[in-house]
Ligand binder design. Sequence first.
Ligand SMILES: Nc1ncnc2c1ncn2[C@@H]1O[C@H](COP(=O)(O)OP(=O)(O)O)[C@@H](O)[C@H]1O
Ligand SMILES: Cc1ncc(COP(=O)(O)O)c(N)n1
Length: 277
Amino acid sequence: MSPIASALTIAGTDPTGGAGIQADLKSFQEREVYGMSVATSIVAQNTLGVEDVHHLPVPFIEKQLHAVFHDIAPQAVKTGMIATSEMMEMIAMELKKNRMPYVMDPVMVAKSGHSLMEEKTRKTIQGSLLPLSTVVTPNVPEAEILVDFPIKDQEDAKKAAKVIVEDLGAQAAVVKGGHLPGEAIDVLYEKKEYHFFKSPRTETKHTHGTGCTFSAVITAELAKGKSIPEAVKIGKDFITAAIHYTLGVGRGNGPTNHWGLRLQGVPNNATGGNDNE
Ligand SMILES: Nc1ncnc2c1ncn2[C@@H]1O[C@H](COP(=O)(O)OP(=O)(O)O)[C@@H](O)[C@H]1O
Ligand SMILES: Cc1ncc(COP(=O)(O)O)c(N)n1
């Protein structure tokens, strides 16, 4: 019997389930990967915004990591919200000791505008987690901070993805296109080659946790041994369906539909969710 693929997310929480470790675990499960999670910060948030954040003590985050690594070895790991430099440095040390495919989703600001990473941590990321990462998945605002130049179009996105790899040391980088106008086009730069992943833009406000879900699916696929381009392709198809078959829950920016991909091709009246057609 082939060993069960397992994945670990190290991130913040979202009690309404649309983002953070809750969204990551839903995504792992949908991809038939055994999901595990280490919480960094407990976030009081919903689809309307972030109310408060409680950072867990670094030694306690370390204990959670050891609990996982000393029992069930994941085949791939992702990081999401890591708010402080102290957290980031400890996590980098642990990932150095436990080398495996590592997806870094450099979560900095929630879509509601609330900061999820302290200002000084934004620079720590470059010397600690970035050089360890297999794939980095910044959105446009996050990529602009990492590369320190504006990203206004696909050419800028290509340049940024190349800088994140060639200069900042990531193995691969996907600059996501959700924040650019027009079709949702993500640019992957890996092994000196560009790959483009394009989907029609779904006109909806329900995009809470899209980046978390996208990076979690990439992590799950890497855990199963897929190549980086294959994993990103599946992540793209997954998030496109998750947004398209929106559930319409929540009074603000609602979550995506983590079983959306399973609905592909299913007639509208059988989907149970709202179809944005
Ligand atoms: N309205 C949309 N319709 C279709 N795909 C989208 C839409 N918004 C974002 N995406 C896709 O969702 C993924 C997450 O992108 P983005 O929203 O930029 O990340 P983040 O959630 O980190 O801000 C990317 O693959 C992007 O192309
Ligand atoms: C714990 C956590 N991690 C990530 C996000 C970003 O999600 P979004 O950009 O959709 O607000 C979030 N809101 N909460």
